[in-house]
Design a protein around this ligand. Structure first.
Ligand SMILES: [Zn+2]
Ligand SMILES: [Zn+2]
Length: 271
């Protein structure tokens, strides 16, 4: 089991969720390492979007995995005296047996694994997996094309997928656990304030705690959308139950490596 606590107790300058040239990031791993060192970071984990069974331009291919491992090794040799680098992945949970718990991922020599949901099945076609994680404009189009405008279906299915992922296991960190809250509330204002929505988040939280997983506080959207995942209103719950957490920027650009992280850490520290 990867010891996240050791890192988080030692420093605030770590990031364990980083996208680079191996998926949809906008810079090379080396550019991230150079920027991280310049900002004083002592720990940096790479988490390309994992190879996936559905059509996705954002995910790495299986044929790139070895090259990715080799590149982390090369960077460790070049920069390992200044920063601790981790070979990890943000693994998509697609369906039962097709996610972090599959043999393929369990057998990869990764330092740790983030489990995330970015796809859910279309409303009338369970075999059609639809990306619900992207920009709101794309989400809005998909709402009518794949979900008959049924936002409750989308929210409930997202959390059902998250619950199954947690039940199946095979990973260490739960990625952006209530991320659907952003697109859903853009689509229907206030939906994430409704009691049934709240219950889905709390049930998921309890399930994560039962499985002794680490929860990510994802700060990627703080600057642009003024939103953390999980939402700020759940920070009190994280503290009250002493949930194991890591604070990640989910950076796709080196300059955003620390985006929202210190704000989240500060908010967590005063609770
Ligand atoms: Zn993600
Ligand atoms: Zn990510």
């Amino acid at each position: 089991m990867f010891d996240f606590k050791k890192i988080t107790q030692e420093t605030d300058l770590y990031n364990l969720h980083t996208h680079t040239q191996y998926c949809d990031g906008h810079a090379t791993m080396e550019e991230f390492v150079v920027e991280a060192i310049a900002q004083g970071f002592t720990h940096l984990g790479f988490t390309p979007h994992s190879p996936i069974s559905v059509e996705s331009p954002c995910n790495m291919g299986r044929d790139q995995v070895q090259e990715y491992f080799d590149e982390v090794e090369r960077l460790r040799r070049a920069y390992g005296d200044r920063i601790q680098l981790y070979t990890a992945m943000e693994i998509d949970y697609v369906s039962v047996g097709d996610g972090p718990a599959s043999d393929y991922f369990l057998n990869l020599p990764l330092d740790y694994r983030i489990g995330s949901v970015h796809f859910i099945p279309a409303i009338n076609d369970p075999g059609m997996m639809v990306d619900i994680d992207g920009k709101f404009q794309a989400f809005k189009q998909r709402m009518s094309k794949y979900f008959d405008g049924d936002i409750e279906y989308v929210v409930k299915t997202f959390f059902a997928q998250m619950m199954s992922m947690v039940d199946e296991g095979g990973f260490d960190i739960v990625g952006h656990m209530d991320k659907i809250g952003y697109n859903a509330s853009e689509y229907q204002e206030g939906i994430d304030e409704e009691p049934w929505f709240d219950k889905l988040v709390i049930d998921l939280f309890e399930n994560i705690m039962d499985h002794h997983l680490t929860i990510e506080v994802n700060t990627k959207a703080w600057l642009q959308r003024n939103r953390f995942y999980p939402n700020l209103k759940y920070f009190g719950m994280l503290k009250r139950f002493n949930a194991p957490i890591v604070v990640n920027s989910d950076a796709h650009y080196p300059t955003l490596l620390n985006n929202g992280r210190l704000e989240a850490l500060k908010l967590l520290s005063v609770l």
